[in-house]
Design a binder for this molecule. Sequence first.
Ligand SMILES: Cc1ncc(COP(=O)(O)O)c(C=O)c1O
Length: 331
Amino acid sequence: MYNKSLPDLNHYFWEVDENHHSYDKITHFMELFDTSLSILQEIKLDSDQFKNVRLLIKRDDLIHPEVSGNKWRKLKYNLELADYQKKDGILTFGGAFSNHLLAVASACHAAGLKSVGVVRGEELTAESNHNLKRCSELGMELRFISRESYDERNEKSCQEGWKEAYPHFLLVPEGGSNYYGMVGCQEIVKELPAEIDHLFVAQGTTTTSCGLLLGLQEEAILHVVPVLKGFDAMAEMRKQLFPFLVDEETIDEYLKRVEVHPEAHFGGYGKWTSELLDFISECKKEYDLPLDKIYTGKAFYALMEWLSQQNFEKPQTIVFLHTGGLMNGSF
Ligand SMILES: Cc1ncc(COP(=O)(O)O)c(C=O)c1O
């Protein structure tokens, strides 16, 4: 199959650098947070119960306490783009407990860029919760808008309105869900073992999973665990991939390598049960693996359920991507 994976933007910005920037600045942005902190943690499983299984956790949650998990992957090139376009900073969107808002505030603060957070809920203030307070401390300007206006945030007229109000800011969608976010997530694959057979990841907007799919070798299966109830993962991934791959047949080829686990949402987004909470504390105790109850707890639960039903004839390398979310419960 023709390899359609997204370009290596390190190279792209390197070229940009030669024409427009000092090299020091580019290096500074690319390495603002150290992805080598994201280790591969091996989980020791009972070899009688789980035959031929090597289970590894890619600990992206260790990259940074606030710009944790998939957040730095999604923001890295957005920050670089903001700088390249000579913007003052990033304007983005999120709910009151959004990890994405906090990550943008923290990353922009570290990069010396400004940040604006458009927050869902006009009744809120910077004092409403710890998350918003921290965003504000990090210098993020918070703009509180009604739920109705928030629902229209991706419409062209709204986007134009924000661009007019903040002409010197790069607009980044909620959750860092854009092309640059996907390219950053694609890079995670380069840090995984080459012989990987199965890769598991939690799914919200599909940006992370689509990035991984584009980087993953053809022999491997990508397992996605949507945390939203009734989420049509395949249709959403198709939508996310379409602007980049364009051709439906190519998209079909990629999606053949995806397995969806639609039953591990525990009631839907932001919902959980005591069974999930017990599972999370067990994982911490048994494997020294911290998980959150919105994303990674559900995805790892799906992985263990699936594993318990397998009987592998040959050795398998299975990787779980820890996408973070440990500070706020990940709303
Ligand atoms: C901790 C965590 N895991 C997984 C996801 C899902 O990622 P995506 O929205 O790219 O599908 C998110 C949302 O960004 C998240 O905060």
